[in-house]
Design a protein around this ligand. Structure first.
Ligand code: EPZ
Length: 432
């Protein structure tokens, strides 16, 4: 497993442009399968999950070219509807290719994407919605096959505002017969980006002003288009919490502050002074952050679950006691033992973590076992005195294009160490 060395104890200072969004580009790459033509995506992040999705698209017949941050996807010919387990097991979000392949070919088969360290990650909501659209699902212990000679639009009320289930229903509906109405749809900005892309490709799709209702009128075909992937709000939030934990002044360019609402509200409670312009967020942090009495994660526009661990890491150095409650994933407090190796004072009760901040965090050898927990260890390393060595760089590479480039540009000290041989979990980390 390659590792990341972070030298902490110094404040950050600098400015960067934030990469394109992992959680927007993946569903949009899947949506390109619905287009019998060429899709050009700009500002794509160069991350492991995108590489994995490229392999999946190629495995079903798409021609994909990558040039810098631009991806060209020619889905003129789809030659297979079977998703290779090699990639599905590495990236569970490949499940969103179900809706796209069903919409395009009427068939899809794959191994069950397993759970991951943050939770069991069931797909019952996806399958229930597909069944309501006339899609026949055949399940064995390991395999999942879905067939639809015709997909019928329907009114789907999601029991939970699931991001992936919302995406899958949208993708299955775009070329379906009739109209689909999704109620209790997820409202994350990545859903809005997917809808924007599909409308640009010729889909007939409308979102309510709140975003919780989405209406899709099936069309016969989509056409080629170009689309620019929006910024990654979780990467932006990670670096903001990095500056809150270590202190300093940073500016993030090419971001939309409106999508960071709850994150900026928490940063202000921690004593951060935030100045937003049309496409930038600048932060002046205190030398040591203030604590936050209580934060709970929630679906958008609530505080994002993906930033719960990075926030926790910054609060480990706060002056006072904070309480975090994780309501989305049942196992997303796993980073606590690693933070405690650095001197953090945290007690976990159920889904609640109580953090008593200390100004004596110390660098240590710690291990990442999933993407955002790994990013949180970088945040903690910046806030700690001395050097922190983080094993499991491949988990962080799934979602962060080059965390060394970004942190060094923001005035931090960080370097990579390559270790011989493949990582314990194969050559790339298993992904959520
Ligand atoms: C997406 O995952 C993101 N991944 C996650 O980001 C993010 O944490 C999550 O949304 C919540 O915002 C991508 O977009 C690729 P969900 P997804 O379906 O779609 C339960 C990261 O770090 N659920 O909204 O899998 C589920 O178990 C990743 O970038 C069911 O019970 O999230 C979870 O508790 C991690 N049944 C909750 O809903 C279902 O059929 C939210 O899951 C589906 C979900």
């Amino acid at each position: 497993m390659d590792s990341i060395h972070v030298r902490g104890g110094r404040s950050l200072s600098g400015e960067i442009s934030v990469q394109g969004s992992k959680n927007a580009v993946l569903p949009i790459m899947a949506a390109a399968v619905l287009v019998k033509g060429v899709t050009v995506l700009e500002n794509c992040p160069d991350i492991a999950d995108v590489h994995c999705m490229v392999r999946l698209l190629q495995s079903i017949g798409c021609l994909v070219e990558q040039a810098g941050d631009s991806l060209t996807i020619d889905a003129g010919q789809i030659t297979s509807h079977t998703l290779p387990h090699e990639y599905v097991s590495k990236m569970r979000s490949s499940i969103i290719l179900m809706g796209a392949l069903l919409g395009r070919t009427g068939q899809v088969s794959l191994n069950y994407p397993g759970g991951c360290v943050i939770g069991k990650r069931p797909i019952d909501l996806h399958l229930e919605a597909f069944a309501e659209m006339g899609i026949r699902i055949e399940q064995t212990d390991e395999r999942l096959a879905a067939v639809a000679h015709r997909i019928n639009g329907n009114e789907i009320r999601l029991r939970m505002a699931s991001v992936g289930a919302t995406e899958n229903v949208i993708l299955a509906s775009v070329l379906a017969e009739g109209t689909t109405i999704i109620r209790n749809a997820a409202r994350e900005p990545e859903i809005a980006a997917l809808c924007d892309f599909l409308i640009r490709s010729g889909a007939k799709l409308y979102r309510s002003s709140q975003g919780d209702v989405i209406v899709i009128e099936g069309v016969r075909t989509l056409h080629s288009c170009e689309y620019r992937i929006p910024f990654d709000r979780i990467v932006a939030g990670t670096y903001l919490f990095g500056a809150m934990g270590a202190g300093g002044n940073i500016c993030l360019r090419d971001v939309c502050a409106d999508q960071l609402g709850q994150v900026l509200a928490v940063i202000r409670i921690m004593g951060g002074n935030v100045v937003c312009t049309k496409d930038a967020v600048c932060l002046q942090a205190l030398a040591r952050p203030l604590s936050v009495p209580y934060v709970r994660t929630a679906v958008y526009p609530g505080f994002p679950t993906d930033l719960q661990s990075p926030l926790m890491a910054a609060l480990c150095r706060a002056d006072g006691q904070s309480v975090l409650e994780e309501t989305i994933f049942e196992n997303r407090l796993r980073i606590v033992p690693e933070l405690k190796k650095m001197g953090a004072e945290i007690t976990v009760t159920g889904r609640q973590a109580k953090i008593t901040g200390t100004d004596c965090l110390i660098g240590a050898c710690v291990r990442a076992e999933e993407l955002r927990g790994g990013a949180a260890l970088v945040v903690a390393g910046l806030a700690a005195q001395g050097e922190t060595v983080i094993c499991g760089k491949e988990f962080i590479d799934r979602g962060y294009e080059d965390i060394r480039r970004d942190i060094v540009s923001l005035g931090g000290s960080l370097f990579y160490e390559e270790t011989e041989g493949p990582s314990q979990k194969g050559d790339e980390a298993e992904t959520e």
